[in-house]
Design a protein around this ligand. Structure first.
Ligand SMILES: [Zn+2]
Length: 371
């Protein structure tokens, strides 16, 4: 995105916003670029890496796995809906309980929202080595994490990520500049702010000089695309197939904003799942508060900010029965937190609290017919 300067602007006089803080600088352990992430994952003992599909732009989508794979016996139905309607969800999930629950992390559906990915990769390093990528030891986190199996799609929207590849940090960056890169800008220089970017789907280069990193190369926001039709984007097909194959117990969709942490549950998952999401959201906020971190809020709305709409979380539940969580990690908006390490620590504590909840109470709530 370094080509976006006033010198290359059309003849009109509108000045482009400047970033304020340097978005291209971050510590070496702040891994956000697809190639460096893949190299890191392939270097970790016990981690297997595979390509689960390609983006609209033809780029590989990578997934990494750690922890023994355990599929329950006795599955007789590939349809969760049919299994529940037939009065036995275990026909879909299998009989019994996994010893090792599975958490699927889906990062950067919005291409430059990588703070959760940074935290997840550090968490994985803690699970494998006992230390984060700064060399700090976290023995309690390692113990919680090692009881799970992790599936990690570090960057789902590789197209959007590569559109601004050198942009690795949003710490204290001018919000107008951030909007220009992440949401988009028209040919006349008008910057599109959130949530107005959601009004353009697909976002085309005919209308937009900068297509925001929210979008894949087809101009689609993967968070809100219709996944039920035959025209699903390849990224959506890739993670859904992966989730159907692996049957995770929890899917964590990682996004970034000011750091509102676990969002209110999606309307279109069952009420006992919505209750689970709300419980975890409160615990994550409290955990960060007790740790004295710069972000520790709990969501104040009873429902999602987007209204009663279908989205990735509902896709995850209805495809594989997992508990879906949408977590908004902090980007350092207005310099809060004011360091990359501060952002990382909020992410580590949030992920750890989610893992700890799974270990104590399990991710998937019991079916109310059997509770
Ligand atoms: Zn997002």
């Amino acid at each position: 995105m370094t080509e976006v300067t006033n010198q290359t602007a059309p003849n009109h006089a509108r000045a482009l916003p400047q970033p304020g803080a340097d978005p291209t600088q971050a510590p070496p352990w702040w891994l956000t670029k697809p190639k460096e992430i893949r190299a890191f994952l392939e270097s970790l003992a016990g981690v297997t890496v595979e390509e689960i599909g390609q983006t609209a732009g033809g780029r590989p989508i990578v997934a990494a796995a750690w922890g023994e794979r355990e599929m329950l016996p006795g599955r007789t139905s590939s349809s969760l809906q049919q299994a529940i309607a037939g009065r036995d969800p275990s026909a879909f999930y299998g009989k019994g309980e996994r010893r090792r629950q599975v958490l699927l992390f889906v990062g950067a559906t919005h291409g430059t929202e990588c703070e959760g990915t940074v935290a997840m990769l550090n968490y994985l390093n803690i699970v494998v080595t006992g230390k984060d990528l700064l060399g700090r030891e976290w023995p309690a986190m390692a113990e919680e994490g090692r009881r799970h199996r992790f599936l990690i799609v570090p960057i789902l929207n590789v197209d959007g990520r590569e559109r601004a590849l050198d942009h690795v940090s949003w710490l204290n960056v001018n919000p107008d500049y951030h909007a220009m890169i992440s949401q988009g800008m028209r040919h006349n220089g008008e910057i599109i702010h959130w949530p107005a970017s959601k009004l353009y789907q697909p976002m085309s280069t005919a209308q937009f000089r900068i297509v925001g990193t929210y979008m894949n190369d087809a101009g689609i926001n993967l968070l809100g695309e219709p996944p039920l039709g035959a025209d699903a984007q390849p990224e959506t097909t890739a993670w859904l197939r992966y989730a159907r194959r692996e049957l995770p117990d929890c899917v964590l969709f990682s996004h970034s904003d000011n750091g509102s942490l676990v969002e209110a549950p999606n309307t279109f998952i069952p009420s006992h799942y919505r209750q689970r999401v709300a419980q975890i959201a409160a615990l994550v906020g409290m955990r960060c508060r007790r740790a004295g971190l710069a972000k520790s809020g709990i969501v104040q709305r009873p429902g999602p900010y987007s209204g009663e709409t279908w989205g990735q979380e509902a896709m995850a539940y209805h495809a594989c029965g997992a508990l879906p969580l949408l977590v908004e990690f902090p980007q350092g908006w207005k310099n809060v937190p004011d360091t990359h390490q501060g952002i990382l620590d909020i992410g580590l504590h949030a992920i750890d609290e989610i893992c700890a909840f799974g270990n104590r109470y399990r991710f998937r709530p019991r079916d109310p017919q059997k509770a």
